[in-house]
Design a protein around this ligand. Sequence first.
Ligand code: AP5
Length: 215
Amino acid sequence: MNVLMIAPPGAGKGTQGVVIAAHFDIPHIATGDLLRDHVARGTDLGRQVRDYLDRGELVPDEVVLTMVREALEATDRRGYVIDGIPRTMDQARALYDIGVEMGSTADVALHLEVDDEELVRRLLARSSKEGRSDDTEGVIRRRLALYYEVTHPILEWYGERGILVSIDAMRPADQVGRQILTALEVVRQMVDGDPEHPRRPIDLTGLGRAFGRTD
Ligand code: AP5
Protein backbone atom coordinates (compact mmCIF):
# COMPACT_ATOMS: atom_id res chain seq x y z
CA MET A 1 0.00 0.00 0.00
CA ASN A 2 1.43 3.38 -1.06
CA VAL A 3 -0.27 6.32 0.67
CA LEU A 4 0.30 10.06 0.33
CA MET A 5 -1.25 12.29 3.00
CA ILE A 6 -2.21 15.79 1.92
CA ALA A 7 -3.87 17.96 4.56
CA PRO A 8 -3.50 21.32 6.30
CA PRO A 9 -1.31 21.86 9.36
CA GLY A 10 -2.88 20.25 12.43
CA ALA A 11 -5.28 18.02 10.49
CA GLY A 12 -3.65 14.88 11.91
CA LYS A 13 -1.19 13.74 9.21
CA GLY A 14 1.42 12.73 11.78
CA THR A 15 -1.10 11.20 14.19
CA GLN A 16 -2.83 9.12 11.52
CA GLY A 17 0.39 8.39 9.59
CA VAL A 18 1.56 6.36 12.59
CA VAL A 19 -1.76 4.46 12.68
CA ILE A 20 -1.63 3.65 8.96
CA ALA A 21 2.01 2.56 9.13
CA ALA A 22 1.31 0.19 12.02
CA HIS A 23 -1.83 -1.26 10.41
CA PHE A 24 -0.23 -1.99 7.04
CA ASP A 25 3.28 -2.62 8.42
CA ILE A 26 4.82 -0.02 6.14
CA PRO A 27 7.31 2.79 6.80
CA HIS A 28 6.03 6.25 7.75
CA ILE A 29 8.00 9.04 6.07
CA ALA A 30 7.17 12.51 7.44
CA THR A 31 9.03 15.40 5.80
CA GLY A 32 8.50 17.75 8.75
CA ASP A 33 9.93 15.19 11.20
CA LEU A 34 12.94 14.55 8.94
CA LEU A 35 13.63 18.29 8.64
CA ARG A 36 13.22 18.91 12.39
CA ASP A 37 15.58 16.02 13.07
CA HIS A 38 18.23 17.70 10.90
CA VAL A 39 17.71 20.97 12.79
CA ALA A 40 17.97 19.20 16.16
CA ARG A 41 21.19 17.43 15.12
CA GLY A 42 22.65 20.66 13.74
CA THR A 43 23.51 19.16 10.34
CA ASP A 44 24.37 21.38 7.34
CA LEU A 45 20.89 20.71 5.99
CA GLY A 46 19.39 21.57 9.38
CA ARG A 47 21.19 24.93 9.41
CA GLN A 48 20.02 25.53 5.83
CA VAL A 49 16.32 24.91 6.60
CA ARG A 50 15.89 26.13 10.18
CA ASP A 51 14.76 29.62 9.23
CA TYR A 52 12.16 28.28 6.76
CA LEU A 53 10.65 26.07 9.46
CA ASP A 54 10.61 28.84 12.07
CA ARG A 55 8.77 31.18 9.68
CA GLY A 56 6.38 28.52 8.35
CA GLU A 57 7.71 28.95 4.82
CA LEU A 58 8.26 26.10 2.40
CA VAL A 59 11.74 24.61 2.21
CA PRO A 60 13.07 24.56 -1.41
CA ASP A 61 11.64 21.69 -3.45
CA GLU A 62 15.00 20.09 -4.27
CA VAL A 63 15.87 19.80 -0.56
CA VAL A 64 12.71 17.89 0.39
CA LEU A 65 12.72 15.79 -2.78
CA THR A 66 16.31 14.62 -2.22
CA MET A 67 15.45 13.79 1.38
CA VAL A 68 12.32 11.82 0.44
CA ARG A 69 14.08 9.94 -2.38
CA GLU A 70 16.76 8.85 0.12
CA ALA A 71 14.11 7.81 2.64
CA LEU A 72 12.25 5.76 0.01
CA GLU A 73 15.47 4.11 -1.17
CA ALA A 74 16.18 3.09 2.41
CA THR A 75 12.90 1.14 2.60
CA ASP A 76 12.42 -2.42 1.42
CA ARG A 77 9.84 -1.19 -1.14
CA ARG A 78 6.93 -2.97 0.49
CA GLY A 79 4.92 0.24 0.63
CA TYR A 80 4.89 3.59 2.39
CA VAL A 81 2.81 6.27 4.01
CA ILE A 82 4.27 9.69 3.23
CA ASP A 83 3.07 12.77 5.10
CA GLY A 84 4.05 16.33 4.25
CA ILE A 85 4.78 16.01 0.54
CA PRO A 86 3.73 16.99 -2.10
CA ARG A 87 3.11 20.58 -1.11
CA THR A 88 3.71 22.23 -4.49
CA MET A 89 2.83 21.38 -8.07
CA ASP A 90 6.50 20.74 -8.88
CA GLN A 91 6.82 18.40 -5.89
CA ALA A 92 3.75 16.47 -7.07
CA ARG A 93 5.24 16.03 -10.54
CA ALA A 94 8.66 15.05 -9.19
CA LEU A 95 7.22 12.62 -6.66
CA TYR A 96 5.22 10.95 -9.39
CA ASP A 97 8.39 10.59 -11.51
CA ILE A 98 10.28 9.10 -8.54
CA GLY A 99 7.38 6.68 -8.02
CA VAL A 100 7.48 5.58 -11.66
CA GLU A 101 11.25 5.09 -11.47
CA MET A 102 10.96 3.00 -8.30
CA GLY A 103 7.76 1.16 -9.35
CA SER A 104 5.89 2.65 -6.42
CA THR A 105 3.52 5.42 -7.46
CA ALA A 106 0.78 6.30 -4.96
CA ASP A 107 -2.27 4.06 -4.62
CA VAL A 108 -4.15 6.70 -2.68
CA ALA A 109 -3.94 10.40 -1.86
CA LEU A 110 -5.52 10.77 1.57
CA HIS A 111 -7.02 14.15 2.36
CA LEU A 112 -8.07 15.05 5.93
CA GLU A 113 -10.74 17.76 6.19
CA VAL A 114 -10.77 19.99 9.29
CA ASP A 115 -12.17 23.51 9.88
CA ASP A 116 -9.57 26.26 10.16
CA GLU A 117 -10.50 27.29 13.71
CA GLU A 118 -10.16 23.69 14.89
CA LEU A 119 -6.74 23.47 13.20
CA VAL A 120 -5.55 26.60 15.01
CA ARG A 121 -6.99 25.33 18.30
CA ARG A 122 -5.14 22.00 17.97
CA LEU A 123 -1.80 23.60 17.08
CA LEU A 124 -1.98 26.17 19.89
CA ALA A 125 -2.85 23.35 22.31
CA ARG A 126 0.19 21.43 21.07
CA SER A 127 2.45 24.49 21.45
CA SER A 128 1.93 24.54 25.21
CA LYS A 129 3.02 20.87 25.41
CA GLU A 130 5.70 20.48 22.74
CA GLY A 131 6.89 24.03 22.04
CA ARG A 132 7.39 23.61 18.28
CA SER A 133 8.92 26.83 16.97
CA ASP A 134 6.25 27.15 14.24
CA ASP A 135 3.24 26.69 16.55
CA THR A 136 2.69 30.39 17.27
CA GLU A 137 -0.57 31.93 16.07
CA GLY A 138 1.08 34.14 13.42
CA VAL A 139 3.16 31.31 11.95
CA ILE A 140 0.20 28.89 12.10
CA ARG A 141 -1.86 31.38 10.04
CA ARG A 142 0.99 31.66 7.53
CA ARG A 143 1.24 27.84 7.22
CA LEU A 144 -2.53 27.66 6.67
CA ALA A 145 -2.45 30.41 4.03
CA LEU A 146 0.36 28.63 2.15
CA TYR A 147 -1.57 25.36 2.33
CA TYR A 148 -4.66 26.90 0.67
CA GLU A 149 -2.65 28.85 -1.88
CA VAL A 150 -0.06 26.29 -2.96
CA THR A 151 -0.96 22.80 -1.74
CA HIS A 152 -4.77 22.46 -1.73
CA PRO A 153 -5.11 22.85 -5.54
CA ILE A 154 -3.09 19.63 -6.04
CA LEU A 155 -6.05 17.66 -4.66
CA GLU A 156 -8.01 18.26 -7.85
CA TRP A 157 -5.34 16.45 -9.85
CA TYR A 158 -5.43 13.42 -7.55
CA GLY A 159 -9.21 13.49 -7.88
CA GLU A 160 -8.88 13.35 -11.67
CA ARG A 161 -6.52 10.38 -11.31
CA GLY A 162 -9.19 8.62 -9.27
CA ILE A 163 -7.00 8.06 -6.20
CA LEU A 164 -8.27 10.82 -3.88
CA VAL A 165 -9.89 9.74 -0.60
CA SER A 166 -11.24 12.53 1.63
CA ILE A 167 -12.02 11.93 5.29
CA ASP A 168 -13.89 14.10 7.78
CA ALA A 169 -11.17 14.54 10.42
CA MET A 170 -13.10 16.80 12.82
CA ARG A 171 -13.97 13.89 15.13
CA PRO A 172 -11.75 12.39 17.87
CA ALA A 173 -8.49 10.92 16.56
CA ASP A 174 -9.40 7.28 17.26
CA GLN A 175 -12.64 7.60 15.27
CA VAL A 176 -10.82 9.30 12.40
CA GLY A 177 -8.23 6.51 12.45
CA ARG A 178 -10.91 3.83 12.20
CA GLN A 179 -12.55 5.58 9.26
CA ILE A 180 -9.21 5.94 7.47
CA LEU A 181 -8.34 2.26 7.91
CA THR A 182 -11.78 1.21 6.66
CA ALA A 183 -11.35 3.35 3.54
CA LEU A 184 -7.79 2.15 2.94
CA GLU A 185 -8.82 -1.50 3.27
CA VAL A 186 -11.28 -0.90 0.41
CA VAL A 187 -8.47 0.63 -1.64
CA ARG A 188 -6.21 -2.32 -0.79
CA GLN A 189 -8.78 -4.75 -2.19
CA MET A 190 -9.01 -2.70 -5.39
CA VAL A 191 -5.22 -2.57 -5.73
CA ASP A 192 -4.87 -6.30 -5.05
CA GLY A 193 -7.58 -7.03 -7.64
CA ASP A 194 -5.97 -4.78 -10.26
CA PRO A 195 -2.19 -4.49 -9.83
CA GLU A 196 -2.09 -1.81 -12.56
CA HIS A 197 -4.77 0.25 -10.71
CA PRO A 198 -2.77 3.38 -9.90
CA ARG A 199 0.23 2.67 -12.09
CA ARG A 200 -1.14 3.35 -15.53
CA PRO A 201 0.75 6.17 -17.25
CA ILE A 202 -0.96 9.43 -16.45
CA ASP A 203 -1.14 12.84 -18.03
CA LEU A 204 0.71 15.36 -15.89
CA THR A 205 -0.60 18.36 -17.82
CA GLY A 206 -3.77 18.36 -15.70
CA LEU A 207 -1.59 19.24 -12.75
CA GLY A 208 -0.75 22.55 -14.41
CA ARG A 209 -4.39 23.31 -15.13
CA ALA A 210 -5.25 22.77 -11.47
CA PHE A 211 -2.95 25.73 -10.77
CA GLY A 212 -4.48 27.92 -13.45
CA ARG A 213 -1.88 27.24 -16.14
CA THR A 214 -3.13 27.22 -19.70
CA ASP A 215 0.02 25.85 -21.43
P1 AP5 B 1 5.08 19.49 8.96
O1 AP5 B 1 5.75 18.93 10.15
O2 AP5 B 1 4.62 18.60 7.89
O3 AP5 B 1 3.92 20.40 9.53
P2 AP5 B 1 2.43 20.69 9.08
O4 AP5 B 1 2.05 20.30 7.72
O5 AP5 B 1 2.24 22.12 9.44
O6 AP5 B 1 1.62 19.71 9.97
P3 AP5 B 1 1.68 19.42 11.53
O7 AP5 B 1 2.78 18.49 11.84
O8 AP5 B 1 1.63 20.70 12.31
O9 AP5 B 1 0.24 18.78 11.70
P4 AP5 B 1 -0.29 17.33 11.28
O10 AP5 B 1 -1.28 17.46 10.16
O11 AP5 B 1 0.82 16.37 11.12
O12 AP5 B 1 -1.13 17.02 12.57
P5 AP5 B 1 -0.67 16.23 13.89
O13 AP5 B 1 -0.98 14.79 13.75
O14 AP5 B 1 0.72 16.63 14.23
O15 AP5 B 1 6.02 20.59 8.27
C1 AP5 B 1 6.67 21.57 9.05
C2 AP5 B 1 7.47 22.50 8.16
O16 AP5 B 1 8.46 21.76 7.42
C3 AP5 B 1 6.68 23.23 7.06
O17 AP5 B 1 6.04 24.39 7.55
C4 AP5 B 1 7.80 23.56 6.06
O18 AP5 B 1 8.59 24.62 6.52
C5 AP5 B 1 8.63 22.29 6.10
N1 AP5 B 1 8.19 21.28 5.14
C6 AP5 B 1 7.72 20.04 5.40
N2 AP5 B 1 7.43 19.37 4.28
C7 AP5 B 1 7.74 20.22 3.26
C8 AP5 B 1 7.63 20.12 1.84
N3 AP5 B 1 7.16 19.02 1.24
N4 AP5 B 1 8.04 21.17 1.09
C9 AP5 B 1 8.53 22.29 1.66
N5 AP5 B 1 8.64 22.46 3.01
C10 AP5 B 1 8.24 21.43 3.80
O19 AP5 B 1 -1.72 16.83 14.93
C11 AP5 B 1 -1.62 18.18 15.37
C12 AP5 B 1 -2.12 18.25 16.83
O20 AP5 B 1 -3.51 17.93 16.84
C13 AP5 B 1 -1.44 17.22 17.76
O21 AP5 B 1 -1.29 17.79 19.02
C14 AP5 B 1 -2.44 16.05 17.78
O22 AP5 B 1 -2.36 15.32 18.98
C15 AP5 B 1 -3.76 16.76 17.64
N6 AP5 B 1 -4.77 15.98 16.92
C16 AP5 B 1 -4.58 15.17 15.84
N7 AP5 B 1 -5.75 14.63 15.44
C17 AP5 B 1 -6.71 15.13 16.28
C18 AP5 B 1 -8.14 14.94 16.36
N8 AP5 B 1 -8.81 14.15 15.49
N9 AP5 B 1 -8.79 15.60 17.32
C19 AP5 B 1 -8.13 16.42 18.19
N10 AP5 B 1 -6.78 16.63 18.18
C20 AP5 B 1 -6.08 15.98 17.21
